[in-house]
Design a protein around this ligand. Structure first.
Ligand code: FMN
Length: 134
C-alpha cells in the first residue's frame, strides 16, 4: 500500500459548509475505493494523509490535485507501507484545532500512528495555533 502526506493552500473563500460538504463526499468516495486517512484544516492550509492500494491513492491524488478549492499541493512524505495509520477512517477530519496536545493524542489513540507521521501532523497543528508554535 501507498501512504502519502501533502500540504496545500486552501481557497480563502471556503466556508465551513463548503468544507463539510467536501469532507462528506471524500469520506464516501474513500470508503468506496478502500482508501483511509486524515485531513487537517488549520484555517489556511490543508494537510492530508491518504493511504491505500497504490493505483487508488494515485487516482485520488490526481483528482485532489485538480481541485480548485485549494492549490499549491506539495507532497511531504510518500512511502510504501504494510500497515495503515488510519485503518478505521475513510477520512478522519479535524477542523480548526484549539488544543493541539489533546487533539493529537486523540488522533494517535484512534489510529496506530507512525511516529514520523505523528510528528509531521504535530508540527502542522502547532503552526496553525494562534501565536504559532511558540
Ligand atoms: C483538501 C482536499 C482533500 C480531498 N480529499 C479527498 C479524498 O480523500 N477523497 C476524495 O475522493 N476526494 C477528495 N477531495 C475531493 C476531490 O478533489 C474531488 O472533488 C472528488 O474526489 C470528486 O469526487 P466526485 O466525482 O464524487 O464528485 C479532496 C479535496 C480537497 C480540496
Amino acid at each position: 500500500m501507498l501512504s502519502v502526506i501533502y500540504v496545500s493552500v486552501a481557497d480563502p473563500r471556503l466556508t465551513p459548509p463548503d468544507i463539510a460538504a467536501m469532507v462528506e463526499r471524500a469520506q464516501a468516495n474513500n470508503a468506496r475505493d478502500g482508501l483511509t486517512g486524515a485531513l487537517i484544516y488549520n484555517g489556511q492550509n490543508f494537510m492530508q494523509l491518504l493511504e491505500g492500494p497504490v493505483a487508488r491513492v494515485e487516482a485520488c491524488l490526481a483528482r485532489i490535485r485538480g481541485d480548485l478549492r485549494h492549490n499549491g499541493m506539495i507532497e511531504i512524505r510518500r512511502r510504501l507501507v504494510e500497515e495503515r495509520d488510519f485503518a478505521e477512517f475513510s477520512m478522519l477530519y479535524s477542523p480548526l484545532f484549539r488544543d493541539h496536545d489533546a487533539d493529537l493524542s486523540r488522533l494517535a489513540a484512534r489510529g496506530a500512528l507512525d511516529p514520523q507521521d505523528a510528528q509531521l501532523m504535530a508540527n502542522f497543528l502547532a503552526l496553525g495555533r494562534p501565536g504559532g508554535a511558540g
